[in-house]
Design a protein around this ligand. Structure first.
Ligand code: DGT
Ligand code: MG
Ligand code: MG
Length: 326
């Protein structure tokens, strides 16, 4: 077909198209835009709303399914999720904009899609947005330190926020409940009610304004915060859900021996700059086989954990460091 005289403008796209460095880990992190306001408008419970965090996890699982098996792990806390793309992944020719924008939009649309399943009678007031960025990590050390950095952030913020909202009297304790608020056309989801902790409102407790609480916590150590929460407000930080304290890691698990439909993980290619044609073909087959499975079967390929990912000799890295070699 004859090319139009306007074809030349393609060159501008090519000139600005960037590709992610081969043979390095890529982290795409999405983060809710102005979730300070979004949480307020949708009455998120403080300091943690389990519905919101579970919805983030469900959205992350959707992303991991969509791009299987290129994302080996995801880690989420608060309004953010980090997706770790395997070092040798070659999907979308490692085009930066394509990968970042697709992950961000898949996450955002899943967040909206699954919203009613988690928030039941609370309607979305406006469409939420997430920003997305891709960062390269050249080796296992920097990649695992990146994950440690996010979990330390989760711990520091969560400890602070729990103490802060205990002081202001807004702390809300999570109470498990088996009532099902799913819309009738979605699979049953065991969901949770959240009740204010009656003891937190006991009359002998003093509550403070936000400014006063900030002032009281200024310069306090972790031990001070733990002590203050427990002694003055009856909040034992150790009893907070691991999901709140550690965040959530979702990992790719090889299919179990008893899985009826077997889908293999791609082999580690010898060539790292660009896989051979046959390796690309094998990868495409893995993706096709996986895509043919039902959603619940696909979800069995992932394991969700609320655990320590900081300790180098901890259970997590002992069990899952092989993912970094894929
Ligand atoms: P950004 O990311 O620069 O557009 O601004 P924000 O407001 O999203 O700030 P960010 O990402 O640093 O902080 C996350 C906000 O989301 C923070 O204000 C607390 C809120 N948030 C996240 N999860 C929860 C939750 O479970 N409960 C409540 N109450 N708030 C939450
Ligand atoms: Mg944010
Ligand atoms: Mg954030």
């Amino acid at each position: 077909m004859a090319k139009s005289k306007y074809e030349y403008v393609r060159e501008f796209e090519a000139a600005t198209d960037s590709r992610l460095l081969p043979d390095s880990y890529v982290v795409v992190r999405v983060d809710g835009q102005c979730f300070h306001r979004f949480a307020k408008e949708h009455q998120f419970l403080k300091p943690n709303d389990k519905r919101a965090l579970d919805l983030m996890n469900k959205s992350a699982l959707h992303v991991m399914r969509t791009f299987y098996p290129n994302i080996i792990m995801a880690y989420g806390q608060s309004d953010e999720y980090s997706f770790i793309i395997r070092r040798l992944a070659y999907f979308f020719n490692r085009r930066t904009a394509k990968i970042t924008s697709l992950i961000t939009s898949a996450f955002t649309s899943a967040f909206v899609f699954y919203w009613p399943r988690f928030f039941c009678s609370i309607p979305l007031k406006y469409p939420p947005s997430f920003d997305g960025r891709a960062v390269l990590y050249p080796n296992e050390r920097t990649l695992t330190d990146y994950l440690r950095w996010r979990q330390v952030d989760c711990h520091i913020n969560n400890l602070y926020n729990t103490a802060f909202y205990a002081l202001t009297g807004e702390y809300t304790r999570y109470v498990p409940d088996t009532s099902n608020c799913s819309p009738s056309n979605s699979p049953p989801t065991t969901y949770n009610l959240f009740l204010g902790d009656p003891s937190a409102k006991a009359p002998n407790r003093t509550f403070y304004s936000h400014a006063e609480a900030t002032q009281r916590l200024s310069g306090s150590s972790s031990a001070d915060k733990n002590e203050l929460m427990f002694t003055d407000y009856g909040v034992n930080y150790n009893d907070e859900l691991q999901q709140f304290r550690k965040g959530t890691a979702i990992v790719l698990t090889p299919p179990q021996a008893d899985t009826t439909t077997k889908v293999d993980l791609p082999e580690t290619p010898a060539v790292v700059i660009k896989p051979s044609k046959s390796a690309l073909k094998r990868s495409a087959k893995v993706e096709e086989d996986f895509a043919a499975l039902a959603i619940d079967q696909q979800e069995r390929f992932f394991t969700t954990l609320h655990t320590d990912i900081i300790r180098e000799d901890g259970d997590f890295w002992t069990a899952y460091s092989h993912l970094l070699k894929l």
